[in-house]
Design a protein around this ligand. Structure first.
Ligand SMILES: Cc1cc2nc3c(=O)[nH]c(=O)nc-3n(C[C@H](O)[C@H](O)[C@H](O)COP(=O)(O)OP(=O)(O)OC[C@H]3O[C@@H](n4cnc5c(N)ncnc54)[C@H](O)[C@@H]3O)c2cc1C
Ligand code: SF4
Length: 585
């Protein structure tokens, strides 16, 4: 959409900042309610059809899928040894990307770290500045939270309970399932509620062996619950059903949009209502406030290309810039009325920052599959999820909360084992013989939400647009490190129970941020002294301000957050529309 189509003299019903999972969902719900909405997105509108090349063969790519010369993505050691913003050693790289930007398919999606610096403790901060944000490249594991998460404090005494229960959000999870599509298998687990699933994917032989092996231990392996429509969605003309083809695991998205992404799943349909205006290349730098009423009055933003500044007015401001950028924006929005930043009378904005710890991993081999005919296992939008088993019925002596494993096996375009030693015909023979037999899995565990883990604004470093950078004060604690040791031990024990030959096992913890599941910087709660938002993600201080992304989470649970972000956002936007109709905002 061109700039001229945005009427800056007009007062919109709502302005939405950000176009990812949260912003897209807000747009869908509010435009359906008939509100006139403006969406401001900091990044560009990509030609998504060209960008998501899940059917491109590596030999058709100029660099076999790797980044072009002059571009570099950060490695684990670079995150842990060097401190951002990046200095010596990176001079040759004009474009510097987060660790996830290591392929040619991501270079236009993730940010150039040079333009978007941050400081403080080590953190692998992955950001996608483009229409749709990180949903263009997300891994699609779509899990629900349960009362084991919402009421975790009742179980172990740590932190705070959420101001909602599962029964409050369950109908909204259902709406998200039906509107966007999800594949999986029902398991009837109280700690991982089922969705309304479409056609499931199939396990490989090694996965069936693992499922049966761990069932004896009372543990559950289920099909990857992917935010992918396998049966199709009659109400969405922009998305096809999954044909189980292509390099699905290639970071860079699904070219037929069977996998959910915010542009085709939410934003294009919202624009089709005629109620939405989109302005990309628009970086919100401050939420403006009416000094008379103390309410939000609109947004001050900069055009990322022309560097020109604008202000737009709205009756309601909806912040959906992703957990860390939303906290940054609230902290940037200082005024005489709100000297600590907007919505921050509690002092909790930026605090209670939490996510998932990653790293512990096991790789093994189902030796009975060596030499068996190859199977076609590419084109599955995910393999398996091994559900949480710690601190459910029993208490672990060394840590609270839990973790799950994501993993996979089977024959694929780049068979596992190609990094084994060897050369020529005998090497190829070795790869062919072994390829379908490898299996691996890695853990994702809950990082406790602690006040002392926080972000604030750096007093001197600014981004390319002169906006103060975010500064991290964030470290894993003892609970996380104890959990990581247990992850390694149980991973090994389960592979042994399945009869696999263990090839590799590690308890190495990856840099903070590696999970890309940042949460909690403006948490919900009933007490305005200890929380930023109420149960509808509405600011306690400023009633026409809503923060509808992962910022609102009270704890991280160990389940991936995106489906919950969207269910919460839907619930909050229904409430918002209702309040607006009653003139309560
Ligand atoms: C490789 C990868 C794999 C992942 N796998 C999974 C998974 O399997 N399951 C899962 O649940 N989650 C996964 N995630 C996380 C998931 O992508 C996020 O939880 C989700 O996208 C969050 O949505 P959001 O709207 O909060 O943020 P985003 O999707 O990041 O969108 C935020 C948008 O706001 C824009 N923005 C930021 N600042 C401003 C500003 N100042 N002004 C205007 N616009 C702004 C950004 O440009 C961006 O487009 C993964 C992420 C990645 C990158
Ligand atoms: S397997 Fe399905 S979701 Fe994955 S790229 Fe292919 S069509 Fe898309």
């Amino acid at each position: 959409m061109a700039e001229s189509e945005v009427d800056l003299s007009k007062k919109y019903d709502a302005v939405i900042i950000g176009s990812g999972a949260a912003g897209g969902m807000a747009a869908h719900v509010l435009t359906t309610h008939g509100l006139k909405v403006l969406m401001l997105e900091a990044g560009k509108k990509l030609n998504i059809e060209q960008e998501l090349r899940s059917m491109e063969w590596p030999y058709n790519n100029p660099h076999r899928g790797e980044l072009p010369p002059g571009s570099q993505s950060l490695t684990h050691n670079e995150y842990t040894i060097r401190r951002p913003p990046y200095g010596p050693g990176f001079e040759k790289s004009k474009n510097l990307y987060s660790y996830i930007g290591s392929s040619d398919y991501m270079k236009n999606i993730v940010v150039n770290e040079r333009d978007n610096p941050y400081t403080g403790t080590n953190y692998a901060w992955v950001r996608a500045r483009c229409l749709g944000g990180k949903t263009n490249i997300w891994g699609r594991l779509a899990l629900r939270l349960s009362d084991y998460d919402f009421k975790a404090k009742d179980r172990d005494g740590f932190g705070e309970n959420w101001p909602i229960s599962y029964s409050d959000i369950a109908p909204y999870y259902d709406k998200v399932d039906l509107y966007l599509g999800i594949t999986g298998v029902k398991e009837n687990l109280p700690y991982l509620p089922d969705s309304i699933f479409q056609r499931p994917t199939k396990f490989t032989c090694a996965e069936v062996t693992l499922k049966e092996g761990i069932a004896k231990m009372g543990r559950v392996l289920t099909q990857y619950r992917a935010g992918v429509t396998t049966d199709g969605l009659k109400h969405n003309k922009y998305r096809s059903r999954c044909y189980g083809r292509g390099a699905c695991s290639r970071k860079g998205g699904c070219d037929i949009h069977a996998a959910f992404d915010s542009p085709t799943g939410l934003i294009y349909p919202a624009m089709d209502t005629g109620n939405m205006t989109l302005r990309t290349n628009s970086i919100a730098r401050e939420i403006t406030v009416d000094p008379q009423t103390g309410k939000a009055s609109g947004v001050h933003f900069t055009d990322s290309q022309t560097m020109k500044d604008y202000t737009v007015r709205a009756k309601v401001v909806i912040v959906a810039a992703s957990t860390l950028e939303s906290a940054r924006l609230l902290l940037l929005s200082k005024s005489r009325l709100y000297p600590n930043g907007l919505a921050n009378s509690s002092g909790h904005v930026g605090h209670n920052f939490c996510e998932h710890i990653m790293g512990p991993y096991v790789a093994g081999q189902a030796t009975d599959l060596v030499g068996k005919p190859p199977t076609l296992d590419d084109g599955r939008p995910g393999s398996f999820y091994l559900t949480r088993f710690r601190n459910l019925a029993e208490k672990h002596p060394k840590f609270i909360r839990g973790y799950g494993f994501e993993g996979g096996s089977g024959s694929s375009m780049f068979p596992p084992g190609t990094d084994n030693p060897g050369f020529g015909a005998s090497f190829k023979e070795e790869i062919r013989k072994n390829q379908g037999s490898y299996i691996g899995m890695g853990a994702f565990g809950e990082v406790l939400s602690r006040y002392e883990n926080f972000v604030d604004l750096d007093p001197s470093v600014k981004d390319k647009w002169g906006i103060p950078a975010l500064r991290f004060h964030y470290k894993f604690g003892e609970n996380e490190h104890n959990m990581a040791k247990d992850m390694k031990e149980t991973a090994q024990e389960m592979f042994e129970a399945a009869g696999f030959k263990i090839i590799f096992v590690s308890d190495r913890v990856l840099t903070e941020g590696w999970s890309i599941h940042e949460l909690g910087t403006a948490r919900m709660g009933d007490d305005p002294k200890k929380s930023v938002l109420n149960q509808f993600q509405q600011s306690h201080d400023v009633k026409n301000l809503f923060v509808v992304d992962g910022s609102a989470f009270v704890n991280a649970s160990c389940q991936n957050p995106t489906w919950t972000i969207m269910a919460l956002c839907w619930r909050s936007c229904d409430y918002l529309a209702d309040q607006m109709a009653k003139n309560e905002l």
